[in-house]
Design a protein around this ligand. Structure first.
Ligand code: NAD
Length: 494
């Protein structure tokens, strides 16, 4: 077991202990005896110090040519590649996902850093013709200023990487408030920025609670933009409070992602992907498969295939070889998932799981057995609310139209998926499924580095993350009108 680490803030290039005197311990969710360390719950004043440091570093970073900023990102990526295994082990220990899942999320993050670093040489605007002779117009991309990044625990590497890289390449300076549950993975990334040679104050890491340190970031007048990923409740509050200060805001929030399975689907294929989507990362992915909507004609056979596969899933400490399902991240989340399972027992028919998992050395962690409910109604709470655990509600519907209607009958709109061999219905679903990302014959999870990521309805507001839209969020367009006639303009001006 590694010795406990000390959580510190990184402000203006210096590591410091918080003066708040309040700390939060972080223990391995697979083994409560394993203490990672304690991280500070910083004060509002400490957050203000982070913002001041970012403000001070802004002129220098903004004046650094974009291709040089891109070179920094390439160097950072090379460094992180060398540290990938170490970071994966830390994420598994701190967040609980398996080593393969941790390595996968780091790789996805690194792909995004690479893509965004390349964008540094394409930080271009437009040239436009003018209505006037001897005039022309062009546009510039400029940084927003100090940007605030607020991140969740469930992707402690990928999400910070996909926010930090575009924020930096566009010339902004950053204050980053990570989740209280993953302070050490966040600190690892901040240390790597320092090691890669980022100038002091360009990124500042301030640990703390959302309601205090986070709220200071969201409401501070020197912060031009907020990029938030997390729950719907927090995102709604943040969106409102940041908008009151006329900040640019991007909130990516919860999901209730449906897989639709039609009667003509390859059910073996669908079953494998549903298992991966629902129980991978213990169901703690924003894009996790959290509703299965199946046409009645295929329902019994699909359920049989799912239950067979669930029996052979290996549950345990994600650091052990072969483990496929790790623990729930924290006691609070564990309790919340068990409460939903209790609700599910009153709303539907339990097919498997439904309880804590304590076998195979899992007695000392927050483990829950993969759970499936059948005969779930569209209105049931377990079909409407984000559970964020290894729980799959199954809804039976008569046909394709009913399946689409049920899929859209939720407030969220992140990811969706449909399994069918019918090209007409696949394209009809592409048109009508209310989500930001639809997968055809593949799971609800996953995305590529150069592709926009995000949702609609109660899931997402503001520009999409990753892909070219990330550059749009982290930059402003300035328009320059050039008149090279050297003469006073005559006629009307609009
Ligand atoms: P959370 O909302 O509890 O916390 C996220 C972050 O926001 C944390 O850093 C927290 O401290 C901070 N925060 C909370 N309240 C705040 C406030 N009032 N002001 C400022 N900051 C505040 O979410 P979580 O439990 O860490 O993450 C899980 C949630 O994230 C799930 O709902 C999941 O669906 C969502 N998520 C969404 C996406 C996406 O891209 N749509 C990706 C990953 C996770």
């Amino acid at each position: 077991m590694n010795p406990p680490d000390r959580g510190q803030n990184w402000i203006g290039g210096a590591w410091s202990d918080s003066v708040s005197g309040q700390q939060l311990e972080r223990r391995n969710p697979a083994d409560h005896a394993d203490l990672l360390g304690a991280a500070p719950l910083s004060t509002r004043a400490e957050m203000r110090a982070g913002i001041a440091a970012a403000r001070q570093a802004l002129p220098g970073w903004r004046a650094t040519p974009a291709p040089r900023r891109g070179e920094f990102l390439f160097a950072w990526k090379r460094l992180l590649e060398l540290k990938k295994d170490e970071l994966a082990r830390l994420i598994t220990r701190e967040e609980g996902k398996t080593l393969a899942e941790a390595a996968g999320e780091i790789q996805r993050g690194l792909n995004i850093v690479e893509y965004i670093a390349g964008e540094a040489r394409r930080m271009s605007g437009e040239t436009l013709p003018s209505e006037l002779p001897a005039n022309f117009i062009y546009t510039l991309r400029q940084p927003l200023g100090v940007v605030g990044l607020i991140t969740p625990w469930n992707f402690p590497a990928a999400i910070p990487l996909w926010k930090l890289a575009p924020a930096l390449v566009c010339g902004n300076t950053v204050v980053w408030k990570p989740s209280e549950l993953t302070p050490f993975s966040s600190q690892f990334l901040a240390r790597s920025l320092a090691e890669a040679g980022l100038p002091a104050g360009v990124v500042n890491l301030v640990h703390g609670r959302g309601q205090e340190a986070g709220d200071e970031l969201v409401t501070h007048p020197d912060v031009a933009a907020i990029s938030f990923t997390g729950s719907n409740a927090a995102g709604t509050a943040i969106y409102t409070r940041a908008a009151a200060g006329l900040k640019k805001v991007q909130c990516e929030m919860g999901g209730k992602n449906a897989v639709v399975v039609l009667e003509d689907a390859d059910l073996e294929l669908a079953a494998g992907h549903i298992i991966a989507g629902a129980f991978g990362s213990s169901g703690q992915r924003c894009t996790a498969t959290s509703r299965l909507i199946v046409v009645e004609a295929a329902a019994d056979r699909l359920l049989r295939l799912l239950l067979e596969r669930i029996q052979s899933l290996k549950i345990g400490n994600g650091a052990e070889a072969g483990v496929q399902v790790g623990p729930i991240v924290s006691e609070a989340q564990y309790q919340r998932v068990l409460d939903y399972i209790q609700t599910g027992r009153t709303e539907a028919r339990l097919c498997c799981g439904g309880q804590p998992y304590r076998e195979n050395g899992c007695g000392n962690g927050w483990f829950i057995a993969p759970t499936v409910f059948d005969e779930v109604s569209v209105e049931a709470r377990i079909a409407q609310e984000e559970i964020f655990g290894p729980v799959l509600p199954m809804l039976r519907v008569p046909d394709f139209e009913a399946a689409l209607k049920a899929a859209n009958q939720v407030k969220f709109g992140l990811a969706g998926s449909i399994f069918t061999r019918d090209v007409n219905r696949a394209f009809a679903a592409a048109e009508r499924f209310e989500c930001g990302m639809l997968h055809i014959n593949s799971p609800t999870v996953g995305g590529e580095a150069h592709v926009p990521f995000g949702g609609i309805k109660a899931t997402g507001v503001g520009e999409r993350e990753t892909g070219s839209t990330a550059i749009d969020f982290y930059s402003e367009i300035k328009v320059i009108y050039v008149d090279y006639t050297g003469q006073k303009r005559t006629g009307s001006l609009y």
